[in-house]
Design a protein around this ligand. Structure first.
Ligand code: EPU
Length: 337
């Protein structure tokens, strides 16, 4: 049985808590149900949108099509080697429940990605990343369905063309593939990655250096900096950290001695967008019912009654001031509908 709902409210389906409707909505727990939903959309000539946990989306209007939410469950160990384990995970599993599952079994690789909202199916799309680790470091295969041909597709890690907050699913295959399962290769003898920011310091305070302690420390840091979507609507980082040429960075450093940065390559430097936004005076600012979070300027928040268009307007104002002050373009990370 599959139930296609009409005029479905999305308020509880997006972490910004925005009031929007979709003309049709369906939750599909199996690949064949997704195929059925795709056929339904083709028959009625409806555009299709895939929605996971709704933690990276900004609705500025209603959606005049069919939203498919893959709710495919299951975590299956498909290879158990002496030092590694490969798991095949349903796209509809909550990301952090999966991370907790891996950490509690001593399988390392995802502990730095603890407490990220959203579903497993979204992890390869934007190559989620935090505290020195990205999903691409452990994803070995992505299974899905091609929206146009309705045929099964499988992509290896390199075929996914992963990059910073990017994959083929945001490029050539944008809106073309519904992820059904993701395969992760995890380590039974994990080496910890703890060089990012104050992670090492927090781990020290919490005790022994294990993947469980890394997870606990990451959760602690995230809770201090990032607002809980259940309390204040938000979608995590609203912008990507911009990449600039080393020469541009050096010029910036001459003017702002303390500009933070991460080396991205021999010729490029990544600058935290949160710093640029804070320098422009936006941190903690409230504009109508939305604003810029007081602990992390990269996060835009909905204080309750904001419209998506207001948040988008605020984002445009921020982009404008960062451009005026630094000559740097901020690119949105969140998907705008
Ligand atoms: N900073 C400021 N002011 C701010 C925020 C940041 O000056 O308001 C500067 C500070 O110098 C700070 C540095 O930026 O040390 C880095 O800040 P943070 O560690 O919070 O990381 P980020 O670069 O702002 C990125 C990811 C986050 C991820 C953290 C930790 C992006 C777009 N965001 O943020 O991801 O949790 O690193 O790894 O790359 C998300 O994608 O939704 C997300 C939260």
């Amino acid at each position: 049985m599959i139930e296609i709902k009409k005029d479905y409210p999305l308020k509880s389906r997006n972490t910004f808590g925005l009031d929007a409707y979709t003309r049709f909505y369906v939750e599909a727990s199996k690949a064949d149900k997704i195929s059925f939903s795709l056929n339904y959309a083709s028959y009625y000539n409806l555009p299709v949108m895939i929605l996971g946990g709704g933690s990276n989306i900004l609705f500025t209007k209603n959606y005049e099509g069919l939203i498919i939410r893959p709710t495919i469950q299951g975590i299956e160990i498909i290879e158990d080697a002496p030092e590694t384990v490969t798991v095949r995970v349903g796209a509809g599993i909550n990301w952090d429940s999966f991370v907790e599952w891996t950490v509690s079994r001593g399988f390392g690789g995802l502990e730095n990605l603890s407490y990220i909202p959203g579903d497993v199916g979204a992890s390869p799309i934007q190559n989620i990343g935090a505290y020195g680790v990205e999903a691409k470091d452990t994803i070995i295969k992505v299974e899905g369905l091609n929206i146009i041909t309705k045929k099964k597709v499988e992509l290896t890690n390199s075929e996914c063309q992963f990059d910073y907050r990017f994959s083929i699913f945001k490029g050539e295959l944008k809106h073309r593939v519904i992820v059904t399962h993701v395969h992760f290769k995890l380590s039974k003898k994990p080496s910890l990655i703890t060089h990012y920011g104050n992670l090492d310091e927090e781990i020290e305070k919490l005790g022994e250096r294990t993947i469980q302690t890394v997870r606990n420390a990451v959760i602690k840091i995230r809770k201090q900096k990032l607002p809980e979507p259940t309390e204040i609507g938000n979608a995590g980082s609203f912008f990507k950290n911009p990449l600039v040429k080393t020469s541009v960075f050096k010029a910036l450093q001459n003017k702002y001695e303390k500009v933070p940065s991460y080396t991205a390559s021999d010729t490029q430097v990544k600058i935290p967008a949160g710093w640029l936004i804070e320098q422009c005076g936006w941190k903690g600012k409230k504009v109508g019912s939305c604003g810029v979070h007081q602990n992390q300027a990269l996060v835009l928040v909905n204080y309750g009654e904001a419209k998506g268009s207001e948040i988008l307007n605020l984002a445009h104002q921020i982009q404008k001031s960062v451009h005026e002050q630094f000559g740097i373009e901020l690119e949105m990370e969140v998907n705008v509908v």
